[in-house]
Unconditional design. Structure first.
Length: 121
């Protein structure tokens, strides 16, 4: 009864520049052009920085239907939610640059609880 209320899921559209960065990062992972990121593709990307740990955290956060793949729409939707949760485009661009450079995945603990594996409307 005194439970914690979940934040509503708020998505905010990405600027064309940020959308292009998101697309570019997705393509870095999607080596086979299947429009999905497989876990082994993520592990290879992060091979020098705790590959399995980063890939597992990445999938726990972004693969919201938990099917073992990150579809393009899930990846884009994730970044719209990050922006809608109050992160600036500059912060998102910095994070995407880190990901492009193979730096370890960071968690986004401030995202709404329902994004993390529940309601995605």
């Amino acid at each position: 009864m005194g439970g914690k209320k979940s934040k509503p899921v708020n998505r905010e559209e990405l600027s064309p520049e940020l959308q292009q960065m998101v697309d570019d990062v997705f393509k870095i992972f999607d080596k086979d052009g299947s429009k999905t990121i497989e876990k082994d593709e993520a592990v290879k990307h992060w091979s020098k920085n705790f590959g399995k740990i980063s890939a597992n955290e990445f999938f726990n956060t972004v693969d919201y239907n938990h099917d073992g793949q990150i579809q393009y729409h899930e990846f884009v939707d994730f970044w719209k939610i990050v922006k809608g949760s109050g992160h600036s485009e500059e912060e998102i661009q910095e994070e995407l640059e880190r990901i492009k450079n193979g730096e370890s995945w960071i968690g986004f603990d401030d995202l709404p609880a329902q994004y993390m594996g529940k309601d995605k409307r």
